[in-house]
Design a protein. Sequence first.
Length: 247
Amino acid sequence: MSKSYPLRPGAHYSGAPVGILLLDGDMIWGPGSVANASSFGYPVQFQVVKDLGATDILEPTNEYSIAQITQAARALEQNGARLIVGACGYFIKFQEHVKDAVNVPVALSSLLQIPMIINNLSQRQSLGIVTAVKGQVDDAMLLCSGVDSTDRIIVDAIEQEGNFIDCGLGRSDVFIPDELETNVLITVRKMVAENPSIGAILLECSEFPPFAATVSEATGLPVFDFISMIDYFAGALKPRTFDNNWY
């Protein structure tokens, strides 16, 4: 069967169905990070949200930041993105704004997995969320995920001193993943020990996916992260076939 490809005015390239919004600023993105293209088994494209840096994303949204992120999202869509995601869990603040600005599915934050996970746990169980910055993932942000209540959600943050935090604040230009992995593991073990009701773990930060396997091994619990969410949605963009000549 012959194929044809229509012109997409304004597009500068093709073949990258997953569009990823990035924070503005010099950061270090290791393998497994949402901002590292090698983390995915399919083509991705990136777009920086101008003037929205690592500390800016912690602030309440304003008209300027909303305008910048919607502009970046539209640029991804114009270049062929069929799914738009974010490279920071705190992008959930902009989820509704971006959804209204484009015509493709939008999943800006790993926290959007919360309703699915909670709804598949026993009523006796809770969800443990590990985040990067203490005090940022509050009830208001959790409710943005679509859950009706935060009663069965337990949030804890990694230790706020160390190499990872220094990198985020521009105090270090070398990222040490082993140190961050240890930090995440200490946090998870403490959270699970203090809350035996936890039946699943969600790693909120876009830099935490490389440690999901280690966390699962250490706790015996199912572990969800940013990449697991993106993989789920990306799978819907090109569903697998079931052609089997053996049948």
